[in-house]
Design a protein around this ligand. Structure first.
Ligand code: NAP
Ligand code: MG
Length: 403
């Protein structure tokens, strides 16, 4: 069989620890035998980020803007422990944060549903896609530790030098202050990304914030969504019998649990961060969730939603058997390859991506899975496989489907 040819390279962002090991296995076992894989490679492994003063992360984001499609491996966000472990020059920012800020995109996360891995919430029959705003708020904050009594104010100086001041608090003792911001332009991009995505998958769009408390800040998000919906999208939603609706985040949480799924739920940056981890767990596992960053000018970055699975990596380094779930990383690759195939008109590449997805799901449904899923599955006959064992089982299913 001749290999599938590509025309435009994928931006490949390699990463850290166990996911870096899985990355290699997926390429060697599931991709390179079938595709003449064209990628522009960026090593976002922490060591190389340190060597390049994190320049490589910025370059990989620029390349994503240029080519339009990237696939990213999970990466370490350094903390104090990592500073020691990798002898870093600096405590670099989260690569995901850097890339999100550069692309000003929205992150869409959806569970990968598999028979035998049932959601914890019994009413959920369809996937719930989380849309997380990827700019600003606490991710671009300025924080200050107040050591003693004093007056904290919010000061804004306009271009002409005129200032406005707003009292935050008269401190009588030690405490903390935080300043955050967002931009109408970014919120508008977020809103449009959500409306287009929901139309694309023909689902309702929900949006929720805490505008009863944060009347100006969250109120601004609510107003922008409503205006853009009314001006640009209402007709299109009504034409397919779908709707946009806004509700307070507390109300939304209750409704989501009682729903049967099948909609897109848009959230601000922090709400989306926290809720998507909860949703992933409720649907089964963080390793069974896709994550796509979509920029307003149409660049796509595909990744797994989980981290670098450090605990498994240390076992791997000691030569112990690991059973790390590679499904989300496989789906990151297939998502990127499918998108590349669609953009470049390469039908074979799209078909290959579909078949690899199906092969992955069918392998699990046949009872072959990694330990995390073996613990929660309702299937009666289960074979727990090690990390590469699972990837090779997927390969076997794939070979059958390609034959
Ligand atoms: P994590 O890598 O997601 O792992 C947390 C735990 O969840 C694991 O110890 C494991 O549980 C389970 N798990 C996660 N993914 C799994 C998989 N694919 N297969 C099987 N089990 C899986 O989170 P973390 O340990 O908090 O973070 C490790 C590093 O990842 C950190 O340095 C963090 O900065 C980074 N991180 C990166 C990203 C990203 O790049 N997108 C996202 C989050 C975190 P058991 O150990 O119980 O088996
Ligand atoms: Mg998170």
């Amino acid at each position: 069989m001749s290999k599938i040819q590509m025309t435009t390279p994928l931006v490949e962002m390699d990463g850290d620890e166990m996911t870096r090991i899985i990355w290699r296995m997926i390429k060697d076992d599931l991709l390179l035998p079938y595709i003449d894989l064209k990628t522009e490679y960026y090593d976002l492994g922490l060591k190389h980020r340190d060597e390049t003063d994190d320049q490589v992360t910025i370059e990989s984001a620029e390349a994503t803007k240029k080519y339009g499609v990237a696939v990213k491996c999970a990466t370490i966000t350094p903390n104090l422990a990592r500073m020691d472990e990798y002898d870093l020059k600096k405590m670099y920012k989260s690569p995901n944060g850097t890339i999100r800020a550069a692309l000003d995109g929205t992150v869409f996360r959806a569970p990968i549903l598999v028979r035998g891995i049932d959601p914890y919430v019994r009413t959920w029959k369809k996937p719930i896609t989380m849309a997380r705003h990827a700019y600003g708020d606490v991710y671009k904050n300025t924080e200050y530790r107040v050591e003693g009594p004093g007056r904290a104010e919010l000061v804004f100086t306009d271009e002409s030098g005129r200032g406005t001041r707003e009292l935050i608090h008269e401190f009588e003792g030690p405490g903390i202050i935080q300043g955050i911001h967002n931009l109408d332009k970014s919120i508008e991009g977020f809103a449009r990304a959500c409306f287009s995505y929901a139309l694309d998958v023909k689902q309702d769009l929900w949006f929720s914030t805490k505008d009863t408390i944060s009347k100006t800040y969250d109120g601004n998000f609510k107003a922008i969504f409503q205006r853009i919906y009314d001006e640009e999208y209402r007709d299109k939603f009504e034409a397919i019998g779908k709707e946009y609706f806004y509700t307070l985040i507390d109300d939304a949480v209750a409704r989501v649990i009682r729903s049967e799924g099948g909609f897109v739920w848009a959230l601000k940056n922090y709400d989306g961060d926290v809720m998507s981890d909860m949703m992933a767990t409720s649907f089964g596992s963080l390793a069974m969730m896709t994550s796509i960053l979509v920029s307003p000018d149409g660049a796509f970055e595909y990744e797994a939603a989980h981290g670098t699975v450090q605990r498994h990596y240390y076992k791997y380094l000691k030569g112990e058997t690991t059973s790390t779930n590679s499904v989300a990383t496989i789906f990151a690759w297939t998502g990127a390859l499918r998108k590349r195939g669609e953009l470049d008109g390469i039908a074979d590449l799209v078909t290959f991506a579909d078949k690899l997805d199906e092969a992955t799901i069918e392998t699990i449904e046949s009872g072959k899975m990694t330990g995390d899923l073996a613990l929660i599955t309702t299937l009666p006959e289960v074979t727990k496989l090690d990390t590469e064992g699972f990837i090779l089982a997927v390969k076997e299913t794939l070979e059958r489907k390609l034959a």
